[in-house]
Design a protein around this ligand. Sequence first.
Ligand SMILES: Nc1ncnc2c1ncn2[C@@H]1O[C@H](COP(=O)(O)OP(=O)(O)O[C@H]2O[C@H](CO)[C@@H](O)[C@H](O)[C@H]2O)[C@@H](O)[C@H]1O
Length: 598
Amino acid sequence: MESLCIVGNGGVSPCQSFTRLETTNVSLRPRAQLGFGCFVRERCKDGNLVIARSGRSEVGNPKDGNFAVENEKERKGGGLILGPERDASGSVIGFNLIPPPGDGEVLKSHKDATTGGTEEAEDIEGVEKVQTRVTHSIVFVTSEAAPYSKTGGLGDVCGSLPIVLAARGHRVMVVSPRYLHGGQADKNYAGASELDCHIKVYCFGGEQEVAFFHEYREGVDWVFVDHPSYHRPGNPYGDSRGAFGDNQFRFTLLCHAACEAPLVLPLGGYTYGEKCLFLVNDWHAGLVPVLLASKYRPYGVYKDARTILVIHNLAHQGVEPAATYTNLGLASEWYGALGWVFPTWARTHALDTGEAVNVLKGAIVTVDRILTVSKGYAWEITTVEGGYGLHELLSSRRSVLNGITNGIDICEWNPSSDKHLASNYSVDDLSGKVQCKIALQKELGLPIKPDCPLIGFIGRLDYQKGIDLIRWAIPELLEDDVQFVMLGSGDPLYEEWMRATESTYRDKFRGWVGFNIPISHKITAGADILLMPSRFEPCGLNQLYAMRYGTVPVVHGTGGLRDTVQAFDPYSKGGLGEGTGYVLFLNTLALHGFPGNS
Ligand SMILES: Nc1ncnc2c1ncn2[C@@H]1O[C@H](COP(=O)(O)OP(=O)(O)O[C@H]2O[C@H](CO)[C@@H](O)[C@H](O)[C@H]2O)[C@@H](O)[C@H]1O
């Protein structure tokens, strides 16, 4: 496997461990961890930020959504040619500006850089350093960004990708809410100080005043939008009684504030200005491109800004009754962008006209580019089964739709330095892994049996994750000599089931209800197998963490799981076998739910 390590901060860092650690798994060799843009980062002991890129990377290829390359070519003019856009089968699906063949690759040396391109890689003592030659002002808009806020993978990606892009030389701002839930996590914002800038945004029938907090960390401007509606117990989206009823209001505020932030916040002395690239994540940030098109550009503002929608999960679209449109602070003539009509079968009663506003739909029709977090999912969302009603719309935008597999933070997820583990280990010395298993069994009060297969599950307790499939399989599975540990929170029904199962199978099953990052690391290291029977999975991060920790992923072959886990083939390599995990395909019954299992 070819692997490339790149050092930021101008330093040289020996991060050879990246390549070696990818092969932590002994019998099943993991493939490269791919990045969103194929990057993963590692902060080495000397404090340098190291960015690693997989050998299969498509970085720098605009066809795969590398906006930096494309925008640069556009700016220079003449660097792009009009050419046919083809789908996977080779059929022409449109015409687009594309770079000349061979252009847009990440350059491997300064020498190459003289001929054009946007990024330079310098080989210093076997470590390649990549710096972009054209920098952009990038504004991430997201409902969560770790370590400030995180309920799942969106927080992981928006907490680490901005740092990687900043290390490449871009100016990067992340705009997300300043949640105060009244618990320990509020301390996460301790480093952010209030900016002397309060703005008023017009939505929901009046003026809403928001403030901004700011922290400059790891080269990134972390900007937090402050408003009383973000201050309440629970998580970013809801509490034990379900989703908050005013989420449309809370995320409308976020989008309005995010559009103002580059114009009004003098970060480090000067604003980002109008010429920036907005990376809007999921529906919560989906109003940003609509606002740019409807509120700013008609007045000549943000003419040169570009927008990319990143779809981490199409199942959530921000759909509310049509009557709420007037709350959004958009001109009435833009209703068509968000307007959405449910099919007859999905309506609730005979008088229901099915009319609604769909924020994600508004983003899809107004953004410049659409990205998903794996290539497989980029295709799936154009199908009836995976499109959640938006497949036709997404198919119509196929020429600007790409998938780039998520990367992981290999600094946080590194078994040789993970501070949460009882014992660190690496591909060179795996003895610590069994110590992690024993420590996990001890901590959870399970019988200490190093030879007993330990299966783990970590994730949101949601229909997406196939929890009901686990629930259905548990009685039969636990007839064998195995242990099963689940960590998750979400649907109260599944939380209750986990507690009940634990009391039924005291010696075999543990269900940790809640959100606990140290335990997630301990399970990833201590388990032998990580189970991910997701019905759909845009990318999935836990299987990537598992492969890095020598834990065998057993996954449903969907979306990013299929893209990243190489199914073990016992016959390849002359019977030695090859693969990084097991890929299963669920039948229709399993996919659509078992009777009585809802
Ligand atoms: N109870 C708990 N305690 C501690 N940690 C917990 C936890 N529950 C989940 N996590 C952590 O949250 C993250 C979950 O990431 P995933 O990518 O698996 O799923 P998610 O569906 O949230 O993300 C969506 O966005 C991401 C990012 O694009 C896509 O990979 C994914 O397919 C898509 O569904 C992991 O870091 C996991 O360890």
